[in-house]
Design a protein around this ligand. Sequence first.
Ligand SMILES: [Zn+2]
Length: 308
Amino acid sequence: MSCEARELLLPVTEIRRRCTGESHQSLYPLCRPGTTAVSIASAATREQAELEAAVFFTVCKIGGVSAHPLGIHHVRPQAQRLTIRLLAEPGVIRYWAEMLLPRDNIECADPRDRVGGVCGLRSRTGNGGVHLYRPGHTGRLLLTGFPAHWWDRVTQRVQYNYTALFTRPVWTPIEQAAYATLRASALEPPLIGSPLLRRIRATAGPGPVNSTDAWTTLGGIRLETTDGPPCDEFIRLFTDGPCGLGWQVETVSCACHRGREEHLGCMVDFRMPNTEQYVYYSNLRWNRTMDARRRELLAEMNQRAFTD
Ligand SMILES: [Zn+2]
């Protein structure tokens, strides 16, 4: 395909690029004649969606360390797998490993708290990155964007600091118990967490610092960005567009276009289609900049990544 022909297809990949952070170059082979947009595949199986939701709700506490929410540069959603390209910063890789890899919190009695990290999660490096999976399950995640030996090094640190469960080849009984409880409680709704992770870049605004957080609440989840996109753009991406999720807008309190109230945050309540599940979204609109303190924080994280 000529460069000109490729450029003509830019509008066809635009919405997906906005949602995933992928490049036009990587997406134009997916453009089919006559279609106006490239859509985003859903997770093919319940186990795939569960794994993605568990990862999403676990790592979203990272806060704002860069322009990339959760340290994610872009994602590549496929039905059977989700590839996540992370920022090549040792501190970000350490954070992901430390949050995700399961360990035994011996002092906790409640089965949900007994396992720290994502229960049943195992990792192996090779074949293009770090593979995350649950033995016996269909879900697959691939982490890329950084040297694989970083993962081995940070994993050794996590193993040293905690009672590691991720070194066992199969699920341990306490992980099975935690998983069963979690599955019954709907604390990590896979139908929200997985599609959100597959569109994580849509939660990032244009500023140099972005953080996206989410947690379960009565009847759904709370989703919070500190510096998200303007509400009209956010609504456009998550409702009926070609990559949208069909979320229905229930109430909007938006100060994006009101100059005097610029310091105010915005709130949009969405209802998931044909359910009583809600996404209560707030954009705090802090307008953060990459100041010296934030740069120091990342430098500190990097410095301690392989040693602490
Ligand atoms: Zn707004």
